[in-house]
Design a protein around this ligand. Structure first.
Ligand code: SAM
Length: 273
């Protein structure tokens, strides 16, 4: 089954309108400050990227969704900023620059299969300078009780969930009103994959002016799988911490942050300075 994401059309607009804040911005910032240039892989509408650019940090962005990137660019240009933004799936990452830091916030396993994520990590490794750092966050599969229950066969057989009834509309800064309605279509515990549907609606002056529907595939990872994937991609000094506190994780932590380093180049053998 091909992977897909729902970050297009009205859903992308919703992200640009309402997902502009969060503790990840300060958390990832210190890694970017310590190592530039940096790449925000799966940057979306620029929730992290825009504040960093505003602060004069040297950060590029990449995302599979041209709609998310277009909204990110519009917001950047309103502030006189002109970031390098690239529309590419992460497993086909192929950029002209090499980076001291690459960060992946909320984007590992989102819209990608396990094989694609593995290839993405290899490409991240290729795009780092020797000694460069990767930082990524990820929720464990049991983080969301409502989704975790579908790993059990009896519960899984009740899927797909019914569509949600109309809910609350959120007023956007552009004068429109928005609503998202999502539901779980399928969970495959063997593949560790959840498939979700998103309906997105946009109204102006009470009239429905746009409506779309997309499917998101989520690949779910346990802690040790990500550690192994990072090592297999060639990373060293791999760490895992409780997000976003940096303490040693316990079974009670369901949101984790991983750091990994590309090895520094060894000095060439036999050279006489
Ligand atoms: C949950 S959002 C996170 C956006 C941003 N990093 C943030 O924290 O605000 C996930 C992002 O991953 C992007 N995405 C989904 N599938 C992708 C893929 N295969 N390759 C690259 N980006 C992808 C989506 O378009 C979306 O912008």
């Amino acid at each position: 089954m091909a992977a897909s994401t729902w970050h297009h059309g009205v859903t992308a607009r919703y992200w640009a309108e309402f997902n502009t804040d969060g503790p990840e911005i300060d958390y990832f910032r210190r890694y970017v400050e310590a190592g530039q240039p940096a790449l925000d892989l799966g940057c979306g509408t620029g929730r992290l990227l825009l504040p960093y650019l505003r602060d004069g940090l040297d950060v590029d962005g990449s995302d599979v969704s041209a709609d998310m990137l277009a909204l990110c660019r519009e917001a950047a240009e309103r502030e006189g900023l002109s970031p390098n933004l690239y529309a590419q799936p992460k497993h086909e990452l192929d950029l002209p620059r090499r980076y001291r830091t690459i960060f992946i916030c909320g984007a590992l396993g989102v819209g990608s299969t396990r094989a694609e994520d593995m290839e993405a990590l290899r490409r991240v490794h290729d795009h780092l300078e020797p000694g460069g750092m990767l930082i990524l966050d990820n929720e464990v599969p049991y983080a969301d009780a409502s989704g975790w229950k579908y790993w059990l066969t009896d519960e899984c057989e009740t899927l797909p969930q019914p569509r949600r009834p109309p809910g609350k509309r959120r007023p956007g800064s552009d004068g429109a009103e928005y609503e998202l309605r999502s539901r779980v279509l399928d969970v495959d515990p063997l593949e560790q994959r959840a498939t979700w549907e998103m309906q997105a609606f946009m109204w102006r002056d009470g009239e429905l002016v746009a409506e779309d529907e997309h499917v998101l595939t989520l690949t779910l990872y346990f802690k040790d799988e990500i550690l192994l994937m990072l090592e297999r991609a060639g990373f060293v000094d791999v760490t895992v911490r409780a997000a976003l506190t940096d303490v040693e994780p316990t079974g009670a932590d369901d949101f984790l942050v991983y750091t990994a380093r590309k090895p520094a180049e060894l000095p060439s053998a036999g050279g006489h300075a």
